[in-house]
Design a protein around this ligand. Structure first.
Ligand code: ADP
Ligand code: MG
Length: 226
């Protein structure tokens, strides 16, 4: 719990920052990108420099876009939804990327999963982040399992995402969710931070377990009662 508290503290600071800054950065960025494209297409320009500039601009843009998720007004539209339907939709969404990477996503839900009170788009964002991470951790392909269970005694629904990826060294697990912590060349290190924040706002919890070269399991617990 101390770890969770520490994380959510850090989140609110970053969240406040994001609200002010992200919009201001996005407009000039779009304009720079447009002009870089324009110059690239003029005579005498070295295309390789422009490729680098544009890919770096894309990276800035994706960081800003992830920040904007944080900057959105919070927790306004909580509704009763089926987490199973939500996961089916998400699976369909990331399926193309999965197939390209030789990955199969299998969703297994036990019957009679209760509805949960949630901000649907935010929750979708969480599971997209988790699935994207699993896909990116499985360069050789494999299967990602999604298990949905009702833990009646605790009034909770648990979504368990199990991948067969590279895994995470034990000493790095506490770093997950820290802003900008990434091991990827094109990573932003914001996906899990945003996910922790959203799950906190749903009064849920997210727990990551992993074994190197075996895979990673992410458990998301969401309350079924107000
Ligand atoms: P990003 O994906 O942009 O790097 P995230 O916040 O989504 O940022 O993830 C942070 C880091 O956590 C990743 O760079 C990776 O090292 C590690 N990670 C997260 N999920 C997994 C996973 N399923 N398997 C292996 N490593 C993971
Ligand atoms: Mg990620």
């Amino acid at each position: 719990t101390e770890e969770l508290l520490r994380k959510s503290d850090k989140l609110s600071v970053v969240g406040q920052l994001a609200a002010g800054v992200a919009h201001e950065i996005r407009n000039p960025l779009t304009s720079i990108k447009g002009f870089v494209q324009l110059i690239r297409d003029t005579q005498g320009a070295k295309p390789e420099y422009f490729t680098i500039m544009l890919s770096e601009l894309d990276r800035i843009e994706s960081i800003i876009n992830e920040f904007l998720v944080l900057a959105k007004p919070q927790a306004v539209n909580f509704q009763e939804k089926s987490i199973v339907t939500l996961l089916q939709n998400i699976t369909a969404l990331v399926e193309t990327q999965a197939i390209l990477n030789n990955i199969q996503i299998v969703l297994l839900a036990s019957p009679d999963i209760p509805l949960i009170e949630c901000e649907e788009n935010q929750l979708k964002q969480v599971f997209i982040n988790i699935l994207k991470n699993s896909i990116e951790a499985m360069p050789e392909g494999g299967i990602i399992h999604l298990y949905v269970e009702h833990i009646a005694l605790q009034d909770e629904v648990r979504v368990r995402v199990v991948d067969e990826g590279l895994g995470i060294p034990a000493e790095r697990i506490p770093k997950l969710g820290e802003p900008f912590y990434t091991t990827k060349e094109k990573g932003t290190g914001l996906g899990l931070m945003i996910s922790y924040k959203i799950i906190n706002e749903h009064r849920g919890k997210m727990i990551v377990q992993s074994q190197l070269n075996v895979g990673t399991t992410v458990d998301v617990y969401l309350p079924t009662q107000k």
